[in-house]
Design a binder for this molecule. Structure first.
Ligand SMILES: C[S@@+](CC[C@H](N)C(=O)[O-])C[C@H]1O[C@@H](n2cnc3c(N)ncnc32)[C@H](O)[C@@H]1O
Length: 295
């Protein structure tokens, strides 16, 4: 006969049940890591989390849709600047309110994403180089259309004596075009290794590998002393971040040409401004700056 008092037995059973619950049911979220896949509480089998960063100035609520890992939607709220890390080995569908209707996006394991405004002020999810602890997030990868690239280089007056830098070079089209069209030398810098590889491969295909160099690094740590032309397609806050580098290192007369965004506080240095309408009807602004002779 069991002589253990009833109350102790009930407490023991409750503790066991509670323990089993926590051991067997992995928590959905540990810190900012949303663990959807197998791997238990640590979610350790997935090292390639998708990251989702909020670079809007407000909270954004989103929902992870039911899928292979979850039967019910999982609601999350991301504070400005916060990053969710989503541990799963299959694509995960999310939904969010984009301001007027419900937006949706698929997040792939190991890839970084961000909530940002598009040019019409609508919240969207972009692929981006953010989510890394070791680098500034200057912009997601959105390539400049080729006619805009050509116009930018023409406005900058790129020629064979120039060294064209692109910080956040993406697939390298800016420096590759400058090299193939004008025989200019060039340096492209990007945080994304896959894009840097793509740029190198493209430079070989175009026969300009001897003129250009692609470097995988955080562009905010780059040196641009040898640049005579800097071609950029970055967000305004990133241009603001890079301004002190340009002030410090660019020589008098160096040109900076920026797609879409003005360099904040430098309107008095704009020497030319153009607008091109792309195939989709979108207007592409281009701003040309020249570094002053005396600083
Ligand atoms: C809008 S895309 C521009 C690509 C290219 N310059 C063009 O105009 O086609 C911005 C690029 O910046 C890169 N990027 C973001 N943060 C970066 C950082 N900290 N250092 C270097 N590149 C970065 C992204 O990977 C992306 O390829």
């Amino acid at each position: 006969m069991n002589r253990t008092p009833l109350i102790v037995r009930i407490a023991g059973l409750a503790a066991l049940a509670l323990g089993a619950y926590f051991v067997m049911k992995p928590p959905a979220v540990v810190d900012d890591r949303v663990i959807l896949g197998r791997g238990g509480a640590a979610g350790a089998v997935f090292t390639d989390d998708a990251t989702l960063r909020n670079v809007l100035g407000k909270d954004i609520a989103y929902t992870i849709r039911p899928g292979p890992y979850r039967k019910a939607p999982l609601a999350r709220t991301l504070k400005p600047g916060a990053v969710d890390r989503i541990a799963a080995d299959q694509p995960v569908e999310i939904e969010f309110d984009n301001g007027s209707r419900t937006g949706a996006h698929t997040l792939h394991p190991g890839k970084p994403y961000s909530f940002r405004y598009d040019e019409a002020g609508v919240v969207k999810v972009y692929p981006g180089a953010h989510g890394r602890a070791d680098a500034e997030d200057l912009a997601p990868f959105v390539p400049t259309p080729y006619p805009v690239v050509e116009k930018m280089l023409e406005m900058a007056g790129a020629g064979r004596d120039d060294v064209v830098y692109d910080i956040g070079c993406g697939d390298g089209r800016m420096v590759i075009t400058a090299a193939s069209k004008y025989r200019a030398r060039g340096v492209g810098i990007d945080i994304d290794e896959a894009l840097v590889e793509q740029a190198r491969a493209r430079a070989r295909e175009e026969g300009v590998a001897g003129l250009v160099r692609f470097v995988r690094m955080d562009g905010t740590k780059a040196h641009v002393r040898e640049a005579t032309v800097v071609a950029l397609y970055l967000l305004p806050e990133s241009l603001e971040t890079l301004k002190p580098l340009f002030e410090k290192e660019l020589r008098p007369g160096a040109r900076i040409v920026s797609h879409s965004y003005r360099i904040p506080g430098w309107d008095d240095r704009i020497v030319r401004e153009e607008a091109l309408t792309g195939e989709t009807g979108r207007e592409h602004k281009i701003y040309l700056y020249r570094m002053p002779a005396v600083r």
